[in-house]
Design a protein around this ligand. Sequence first.
Ligand SMILES: Cc1cc2nc3c(=O)[nH]c(=O)nc-3n(C[C@H](O)[C@H](O)[C@H](O)COP(=O)(O)OP(=O)(O)OC[C@H]3O[C@@H](n4cnc5c(N)ncnc54)[C@H](O)[C@@H]3O)c2cc1C
Length: 496
Amino acid sequence: MSQIPETSDIVLIGAGIMSATLGTVLKELEPSLSVTMFETLHDCGQESSQAWNNAGTGHAANCELNYTPQRPDGSADISKALEVNTEFDISRQLWAHLVGKGAIPDPRAFLHPCPHMSFVWGDDNVAFLRQRHREMAAHHCYHGMEFSEDPAQIAAWAPLIIEGREPGQPIAATRIISGADVDYGALTHLLVKQLQAQSGVSVHYKHRVVALARDDGRWLVTVENVATHERTTTSTRFVFAGAGGGSLDILQKSGIPEGNGYAGFPVSGIWLRCDVDEISARHHAKVYGKAAHGSPPMSVPHLDTRIIGGKRSLLFGPYAGFSSKFLKHGSYADLLRSIEPGNLLPMLAVARDDWQLSEYLIGQVLQTSEHQFAALQGFFPKAQREDWQRAVAGQRVQIIKPDPQHTGVLEFGTELVASADKSFVALLGASPGASTAAFIAMEVLQKCFDDRLTPNGWLGRLKQMIPTYGIDLKKDADACRDSRAKTAKVLQLDFV
Ligand SMILES: Cc1cc2nc3c(=O)[nH]c(=O)nc-3n(C[C@H](O)[C@H](O)[C@H](O)COP(=O)(O)OP(=O)(O)OC[C@H]3O[C@@H](n4cnc5c(N)ncnc54)[C@H](O)[C@@H]3O)c2cc1C
């Protein structure tokens, strides 16, 4: 293992998709930067970014109904969906750039075309999906989205969700064929590998960041070797806490006033997984349903094609649960340890106001495996119990944010909390997630490196990497279509 450098320009805490992406972007913009990455575990991409710990959806808000809430008049509000949809374009452009220059040799190593579908049953849900499709298909971002209420058509798209279904049941589906299944664990490995091949980059596994201190405009980052408990301190100009569920702890350790009052609420997940080739060969889609009342947005049930390590499997879930750990490899004391005088009131306010979530989680935890299997059969009526096994998903830590009006609010998105002097930023939250890693990297640039985003600075290189940087793809239909056509070609995705 390489020596920990005494100083570096950038320290990345955590070796998941977020640090790997930000490190990649920064080195593309300024190859002379020295970058040091610390990771507690033995390898990169082992927590939420690991393939089986997440659903691998290239979230473009094509099919996830939680991004298109129904308005009181029955129409769908697609504004959030459009945001997520075009954030995914930034990831596509970054990946296409890296494939184009050979830094990622083969897109098939992490990315596969996979239609994205929404599927609902019941008259009200069918009416909503019809209306949602009308509004989305009219927008250039959702060009090519199909809709059907015809069981024969839906069976042609995804036979398993129709076979064995009660005849006459009102059903509807939308489909968009340009979706993707992404192995974010494989992508993290590819990104870290090409980073390690560059000069000035060092990656230190089995090293946990245990302390942060200010030192004359720099940060002193202390890491502990998890095997020997030996501690080393390194100095840096800039710290990115991309530690997933560990980011709140890092934010608290930084002591920056901007982090006061933040807390976290962990949500765990269980999948049902099927590795039987004859079954997985008959399902080629990510089929998202409607979330149960009160459920957090990331608990929308879905039946997914997964392609991991060249093998095709099916995944259903997640069933949400409660565990006090902030990371899958974390400690049951994580939640308790995160409580400080400054975040107690926001936490209590959320416990008081968000009873729907508590009720939902309690319901999920109490679900028996029969209930869980029945939920799968709602999507796949002929599913056989012996073909499916339970698998533990990654942890997500939802943000509890200080809020002057309500004392504290629970947020399901992601948030970058930066120090006023732009030398530290922590990424909290988990949704939409890995799909928007490149967009998050752009946000870090804007928050912390805005002085370099000039024509004489990084802007030229940035536009080579992200050609639509600065263009609103929600509004510019030509740029949107052009970008998608080009990235689809390089990334071997379908294009409509
Ligand atoms: C059930 C589930 C389903 C999901 N589905 C999707 C999906 O379909 N599509 C999508 O885009 N996203 C999805 N996500 C979200 C996505 O997985 C995460 O947003 C993303 O992986 C987070 O990446 P990260 O790099 O921030 O964190 P992680 O991958 O968790 O990496 C953080 C790393 O930091 C390390 N670390 C923590 N503390 C320290 C410390 N003190 N010192 C050193 N290292 C430390 C950890 O060991 C870990 O390796 C899902 C998540 C879950 C849990």
